[in-house]
Design a binder for this molecule. Structure first.
Ligand SMILES: Nc1ncnc2c1ncn2[C@@H]1O[C@H](COP(=O)(O)OP(=O)(O)OP(=O)(O)O)[C@@H](O)[C@H]1O
Length: 956
């Protein structure tokens, strides 16, 4: 969901009038935004609208209104020295705040006029503060009526190191996390490497939005500072907002008491947990302090504390989430639904289903039994399409977000309408049960599973809810539901019944007087003489001005007023009756509202049942959605054969990229994938730019991930082992990293892969060594490949432009070369060569090299660094022709290599500041490419004389 406002009238609230001259000086004296100037927006509540000032005003102008013309400049100096300001209506402002917190990952502050200050306040006080992981203060304001599709998870991280651990380059990481929207706390403690690979996986698994870490020292030079910097880099890569707090907050003081307060119901006499039984006490302590949970009595006894085991799910790194396009990482809300796996697979009908799917994609299973269970359930709904449709259209589609409803009950803000919505769910249950009982099984074995996962729980929950229906039916006036009025049945309460009768009597009295006056005046009731309950006068009579002449000067008829619709009048009797009616009505409302509270509070006792029901419905929704997508894909998906870790090779027939094959403009070419353990689990893919390399290697990752979430896969047949992790490294051109320079990010990610991969990992490396500037890039690619292939022996797909890397298959038996096929043609009589891309992947090496790139090292295991250096030297030799003949292309000549060398040197020099190996940190990929194009132009005559060089740079 992105904000597309256009130029709104909203911006026209006249801020110049609304603001006191004193405001400008007040604004300039405000404390600096915490913790850093950036990343926080500050809104001023002006009773009817919000105003925004300074740099924030520019931000709002650009992002909300998409024009600077909405800016007003307060104070003297106009555009040059005035205070840039913009206003937002409450609706627009709240929408902006929601997006700032959940999509843009910003902190927000809302300031309100200081007590005693009127509309034109000059002084404001901070009223509400919120951050992506802590929405508590603004929950009612911003999220009361909108589904939050992802939970505001906030995590506190503490790193402990010891001399022994330092030597082994490991750390102990303690984390505590909270989801205040469901009142859940969690903790985990694990050993991590010095690049925090496990912490990264945990952040992905939990979809963390904000992290609290201790501040470093001022100088930032201690070992701890260095660790914190690395941690910050990881957090940034994962798109997490970093909040720094004093290290003193990371001490375990009071944490036992606080946890007891939060998790134990009042009066629970069970023994207090000791400090040793509370995991990650210091991280928990920092987290509780930050969220101020213990100080709010509403939280007492309301929280649950869990421990999270990192190994229960497949591990993913941040690049994998991006490279496999699992979810919209930047959170911008893609318009094209099939652009992400979440978008593609989300045929869920409920908000809870969509949320659970998002979680499942970040938490692929590693337990074979659990994976097969999900697959069998999906198969059940693939086999029986008609039940699938009925479940989706007649049941799931009508289910409200029970999680949100439960939350409203828990917070005591639920209304009768909420009570009724739950009732409507309960009414649907027998039909849903009957539908599921009627499933036509192709595999009898699935019957017990459906019974176990859905029918059993639904029956129990229905039984638990039967009293709920009774309660609603005896207390609520169900006859008035159709008109969306929610009232208590008068018969339910004696007092209410009495009042209701009194109300009827009063109403009868009014009617009688209506008749009497009609007769007296000789006017037909309702056509001429109207009895009305006017907002201004209460019950009274109305006549048109013309008809009103009959009233004459008769004192009996008391005129109340004349407006366009006619003349209003009353009589003494009517006045008395109207007052009585009004008073009884008010009394009735009071009595009813007491009863409403009672009914809502009885309904609230069902929240645990509702939460369980929510979970089973969400599960059903995702499974049915998987089945729906599997059947309705351009080519139906198949159930993959998943085998235990290490027990299988990866064999896919006719594999497709699920997100690409659904795009209208693409006629997708399927490819087989064979990664046979011991024979070819390491594959190097070369080929021309845009030839389909990335697509091929990424689709393998997507398919493995889909298989482990229990979904069917886009292949005609598939066998694959369980992977403990999918780790990716994607080239600079594709990465959308912020903050860290692309180069450093590339190196860190690759280093992290080397540290954390195992033989059961699936590694996807795309375009390693791009965007940097020496031959080390090749050396690095070689060294990494060799390390992965011979030491780690992971399943790996490596797409590269380093043609020379393909020689690795001569050294390591299970390295296999593949290439994407391109047909290079030349029209007769033309100098132009055009390439037809066929997107077919075939064994062997492509006969063209497509460019050499460059890199520098950061944080690699020493042997990799050494090897990289050696290989780089070898390549230099190779380049000047002292190396054996190039093996794979007849067209490569010494002259050709020389031209490429000269070209690259020129490129490196022009971009370099010191003539050394260049790290183009500050140069955007576009600018680098532009630079390269310029160099090509300079060497144009020589390039045109050499077909090989020319083919290599066609893509430029
Ligand atoms: N199997 C396929 N069938 C049809 N079209 C494909 C296929 N694979 C890729 N394409 C098309 O080719 C485009 C480029 O593919 P991809 O990015 O995988 O190429 P690449 O070889 O990795 O390119 P580069 O080397 O420039 O990074 C895709 O966006 C898609 O439109």
């Amino acid at each position: 969901m992105s904000l597309m406002y256009g130029k709104e009238k909203d911006a026209d609230h006249d801020i110049a009038h609304a603001s006191d001259p004193g405001f400008i000086s007040f604004f300039h004296k405000l404390p600096k935004k915490s913790p850093a100037e950036s990343g926080t927006v500050r809104l001023f509540d002006r009773n009817e609208f919000y105003s925004v000032h300074g740099p924030d005003a520019h931000y709002v102008a650009t992002h909300v209104f998409r024009t600077n013309s909405v800016l007003k400049y307060l104070g003297a100096g106009g555009k040059v020295a005035g205070l840039p300001s913009v206003t937002l209506s409450y609706t627009l402002g709240n929408q902006f705040l929601r997006e700032a917190l959940t999509v843009k990952q910003l902190r927000v502050e809302i300031w309100a006029p200081a007590p005693g200050q009127g509309k034109k306040a000059a002084k404001f006080v901070l009223q509400k503060e919120a951050s992506p992981g802590n929405l508590q203060a603004v929950e009612d304001l911003l999220f009361a009526n909108s589904d939050v599709l992802s939970a505001p998870i906030v995590i506190a991280i503490k790193i402990a190191s010891s001399a022994a651990a330092d030597k082994a380059k490991t750390k102990t990481v303690s984390v505590a996390y909270a989801d205040t929207s469901v009142r859940e706390l969690g903790a985990a403690e694990f050993v991590d490497n010095d690049l925090f690979s496990n912490t990264e996986s945990l952040i992905i698994q939990l979809s963390v939005k904000e992290a609290i870490i201790p501040t470093g020292t001022v100088l930032g030079t201690t070992d701890r500072d260095l660790d914190l910097n690395k941690l910050k880099a990881v957090l940034e890569r994962c798109g997490v907002v970093v909040t720094e707090r004093k290290p003193s907050e990371f001490t375990a003081k009071n944490v036992i008491d606080d946890i007891r307060k939060l998790t134990k119901p009042e009066g629970d006499m069970e023994e207090t947990p000791g400090e040793s039984s509370i995991p990650s006490p210091s991280a928990l302590s920092a987290l509780l302090t930050y969220l101020a949970l213990p100080s709010d009595p509403a939280n007492h006894g309301a929280y649950r504390l869990k421990t999270h085991d990192l190994a229960q799910y497949m591990r993913l790194d941040a690049s994998a989430v991006r490279a496999l396009a699992l979810v919209d990482f930047e959170g911008g809300g893609s318009i094209n639904k099939s652009a992400t796996l979440l978008g593609l697979l989300n045929k869920c009908k409920t908000a809870q289903g969509t949320r659970l799917l998002g979680t499942w994609l970040k938490q692929p299973l590693v337990n074979l039994h659990e994976i097969r269970k999900r697959q069998d359930l999906v198969e059940t709904f693939v086999d029986d399409s008609s039940t699938r449709r009925v479940v989706q259209d007649d049941y799931l589609k009508l289910m409200p977000d029970l999680h949100r409803l439960s939350k409203r009950f828990k917070k005591g803000v639920a209304s009768l309408e909420d009570v009724v919505r739950v009732y409507q769910v309960v009414l649907k249950m027998p039909g849903l049960l009957e539908t599921l009982e009627g499933i036509q099984y192709e595999q009898e074995a699935h019957r017990a599973l459906v019974e176990d996962v859905y029918l059993g729980p639904f029956r129990t929950l229905s039984t638990n809810l039967s009293k709920y229906s009774d309660m609603v039916e005896t207390t609520l006036d169900l006859a008035s539901l159709d008109t969306h009025t929610y009232t208590i049945k008068p018969e339910y309460d004696e007092g209410l019944q009495g009042l209701s009768e009194k109300l009827m009597e009063a109403r009868d009295g009014l009617d009688a007087e209506h008749r009497t006056v009609g007769k007296e005046l000789g006017l037909e009731l309702d056509k001429k003489l109207h009895l009305e309950n006017s907002a201004m006068y209460g019950y009274c009579f109305r006549l048109t001005k013309n008809d009103a002449k009959v009233l004459g000067k008769n004192k009996k008829y008391i005129e109340l007023g004349t407006i366009k619709s006619g003349v209003y009048f009353t009589t003494k009797t009517l006045k008395g009756l109207a007052t009585e009616y009004q008073e009884t009505h008010e009394e009735y409302q009071r009595a009813q509202s007491g009863l409403v509270k009672e009914v809502v509070s009885i309904a609230s006792t069902y929240t645990p049942v509702l939460e369980s029901l929510d979970h089973v419905l969400a599960h059903l929704d995702v499974i049915v959605s998987f089945a729906h997508v599997s059947v309705n894909a351009p080519e139906p998906y198949v159930k993959p054969t998943v085998l235990e870790k290490g027990e299988s090779s990866l064999i896919l027939k006719d594999a497709r990229h699920p997100c690409l094959e659904v795009q209208d403009e693409i006629s997708f070419i399927p490819n087989d994938v064979e990664m046979v353990k011991g024979e070819g689990e390491f594959q190097i893919i070369t080929g021309p730019n845009m030839g389909g390399k990335s697509t091929y290697i990424r689709q393998v990752g997507v398919i493995a991930l889909m298989a482990q979430t229990g979904c069917f896969v886009p292949c005609s047949s598939a066998t694959l082992p369980i992977f403990d992790s999918i780790l990716c490294r994607v080239g600079a051109g594709d990465s959308q990293l912020k903050g860290v320079s692309t180069f450093m990010a590339e190196m860190l990610e690759t280093a992290s892969i080397l540290r954390s991969a195992s033989k059961d990992s699936l590694i996807i490396i795309d375009e390693l060594g791009r965007g940097t500037s020496t031959y080390d890039g090749f050396g690095l690619a070689w060294a990494i490949s060799e390390h992965l292939a011979s030491k780690i022996r992971a399943f790996c797909l490596f797409a590269t432009h380093f043609h020379e890397l393909t020689a690795l298959d001569q050294e390591i038996p299970h390295v296999k070369n593949l290439h994407v096929v391109a047909h290079v043609g030349q029209e007769e009589g033309s100098q132009e060569r055009d390439i037809t891309l066929l997107y077919q992947v075939q064994p062997g090496v492509s006969d063209q090299s497509f460019g050499i790139h460059v890199a520098k090292l950061a944080n690699f295991p020493e042997n990799v660094v050494k090897l990289a250096k050696r290989k780089a030297d070898e390549l230099e030799d190779f380049a000047v022709g002292q190396h054996p003949e190039p093996q794979h292309s007849d067209e490569v000549t010494e002259e050709g290599i020389q031209i490429v060398e000269d070209l690259l040197r020129k490129w490196a020099q022009t971009s370099s500041t010191d003539g050394e190996d260049v790290i183009m940190e500050d140069v955007s990929p576009e600018a680098q490419l532009e630079e390269l194009r310029r160099c090509v132009e300079e060497l144009r005559p020589r390039i045109e004389g050499n077909a090989w060089v020319q083919s290599m740079i066609t893509s430029l």
